[in-house]
Design a protein around this ligand. Sequence first.
Ligand SMILES: [Cu+2]
Length: 425
Amino acid sequence: MSFENPAYHIHRRSVEGHEGHWVKTFDPPQANPPTPELLAPTNPVPGLMLAAGYQDRVTTPNTVQRDLLHGLRLDMWDGRRVEMFVFTDQDNPSTQNGNFPGATIRVPRGTIFHCETMTHGGPHTIHWHGLEPTPINDGVGHCSMELGRYTYQFQPNFIGTYFYHCHRNTVQHFEFGLYGLFIVEPPDAFSGPNWGGYPRRIAGNTSNFPQFPELNTNPLTSGDPQAYTVPYDVEAYWVLQAVDSVWHDIAADHAAFFPGHGTQPGINDIFYHGFFHDYNPDYFFITGVPIPVRAPGPGTIPPNVVIPAALNSGVSGTQVSINAQRNQTILIRCLDAAYGTARVTFPVDVVIIAWDGRALGIPPYGSYNSAYPVKAGTPIKLSVARRFGALIRSSVAVNSFATVEFRKHEADRLLMTARIPFVIS
Ligand SMILES: [Cu+2]
């Protein structure tokens, strides 16, 4: 559905006659399925990236490219090399060796989003986690399809923080690095000359928090592209990542540990490689920045880490370590991409405006939830794949650290304590 334009409806159709394509595949598919009901894509970002010099071509107009499984031998902080699975973008030279996490995809709300996908060495998928594709575009390998080449299509309709990841043999392909952030922005975010800069806007309802007075309270049905959004001056990504190097040594082959199928599909399939249940990460990262100490730490990432615009859909200045000014509005987008739980503790009071890509307290949806404050020093608990959005504005200087505790979820045991520099001057 679309709030603006009923012509943009993406229809659903029966899978009748296509069962061979749209069901679970144990082995690489023999043919690449066509995308049903293909509409003309409307995503302006690839063209803007090209014009700004971050890409050297746009293979298909208004379409993002993602290739999967270019082997990346990632050097750990202690010199150990670990085999990763990574995304590349054939249009973007900054991604040619693969990135961990994958380059961030940012799009305006309401766009008809296309991603042309090519896999290497075996089937993969892309699951658009928290977004709302039709089932065959949802990319959950074990219940839709796995593929060699495909054009994913969907229309994101809620401004917020999501992520994309491979969903084939998920425990392996996700943990090995096949994921990246996916951010839905207001419909007008990429339409002006300042499309790659700040201030930007995020969906939220801060009406109970007078430190964020610039809330736009026009109803969503008004057609105002900034309805129920708040501007922010500084943005940070905290992608919590953990790698068990033993897994990567044992299962460097993408297909080595995929289940076999028995004589009765779904009845006597062979899930015999149980070692993936034993997760003991020994390398930890915040948005690709290593925590350069042995577990359990604590270890600290460097100050002033900034995401390159070429890996961020052309948006400049997104931070990892926080370096802001007093009375600026700071938005932190946090994703737990480790295969365990985490506790995130801020050195300042924050307001949680969103969970899992959906803003809290937005009329007409928001009668059952609301944005809420979290005091400095109070841990925020996360589990795998969850995201929160935190807004911060401080009138006083801060020179401290945020703390991330990576935890093993079965026993709730502390694995590593990471510290993120947090400076407001
Ligand atoms: Cu994969």
